[in-house]
Design a protein around this ligand. Structure first.
Ligand SMILES: C[S@@+](CC[C@H](N)C(=O)[O-])C[C@H]1O[C@@H](n2cnc3c(N)ncnc32)[C@H](O)[C@@H]1O
Length: 253
């Protein structure tokens, strides 16, 4: 197993509970936006790639015929299974596994989705190729993720901070890079749905597990960026709290 996989499992075992309860991750409107952007229907068989605690898979299970979620981190799959049980969903199943390669035959699913995971993949192009492979002809492939700033300086500063905050990050892609991934995977030009996610920095830091000593450095990077938006996150103070905005996109082909 690669050391990146170890880092992912380590980070997301710790993050499993705080991530699954974070308001920004549970937000029903954001989940509905993804369901709509992917034109989800009652006949769909859905794969949720790097499903984490099953929030996406369980939301799709209310609309689609059958949903499968796969994730590398057993603690996340435990949360996902618990959520499905709590909601009494009989049409969703989860498995622990790597997304590269996806352990499913060609053309298994009618809809293959992935949310907030591409920035954790060292080889996102290979994962998208796998998503396409397991999607049946005429199906849809949808990727939702945050976008790195189109300003290379801000994107680089954000990357430096994110690598400290969550070492399981690989790299957030710009919108252009995400579009290029779709083109290179041989997918049609995707529809693009944009949305913003407002996040309280202290809440985010509570569910982050950086190396010892880095927490203060990270907090200071956020605070400093109030003055110059160095991270490209529109950092600001609101009622004494430091807040940021992630610019997100859903690409669906
Ligand atoms: C930020 S979470 C997103 C969870 C979920 N998609 C959501 O939006 O609620 C990223 C997830 O990617 C998973 N992950 C990262 N690399 C993976 C890989 N190579 N194979 C499977 N899962 C992976 C992690 O375990 C983690 O649960």
């Amino acid at each position: 197993m690669s050391s990146h996989h170890d880092t992912v499992r380590d980070q997301f075992s710790r993050q499993a509970i705080p991530f699954s309860t974070a308001p920004s991750m549970r937000d029903d409107k954001a989940l509905q936006l993804l369901i709509d952007a992917a034109a989800t229907n009652a006949a769909d068989t859905v794969l949720d790639v790097a499903c984490g605690p099953g929030l996406v898979a369980c939301a799709f299970a209310k609309v689609a015929r059958q949903v499968t979620g796969i994730d590398l981190t057993p603690a996340m799959i435990d949360r996902a299974q618990a959520l499905a049980n709590e909601r009494q969903l009989g049409n969703v199943g989860f498995q622990v596994g790597d997304v590269l390669p996806l352990p499913y035959p060609d053309t298994t699913f009618s809809l293959v989705v992935s949310r907030f995971a591409f920035h954790h993949f060292p080889n996102p192009a290979a994962v998208l190729a796998e998503m396409r492979r397991v999607c049946r002809p005429g199906g849809r492939v949808a990727v939702a993720d945050l976008m790195a700033s189109p300003d290379p300086k801000k994107a680089a500063a954000f990357h430096r901070m994110e690598m400290l905050r969550d070492p399981s990050h690989a790299r957030a892609l710009t919108l252009e890079e995400l579009r290029t991934l779709f083109a290179r995977a041989g997918l049609r030009p995707p529809t693009e749905t944009f949305w913003r996610m407002e996040v309280d920095v202290e809440g985010l830091l509570e569910r982050s597990f950086p190396a010892a000593g880095n927490l203060e450095v990270i907090r200071q990077m956020y605070v400093d960026s109030v003055a110059d938006d160095a991270l490209g996150l529109a950092t600001r103070r609101e009622n004494g709290r430091v807040r940021i905005t992630y610019a997100n996109v859903i690409l669906c082909a």
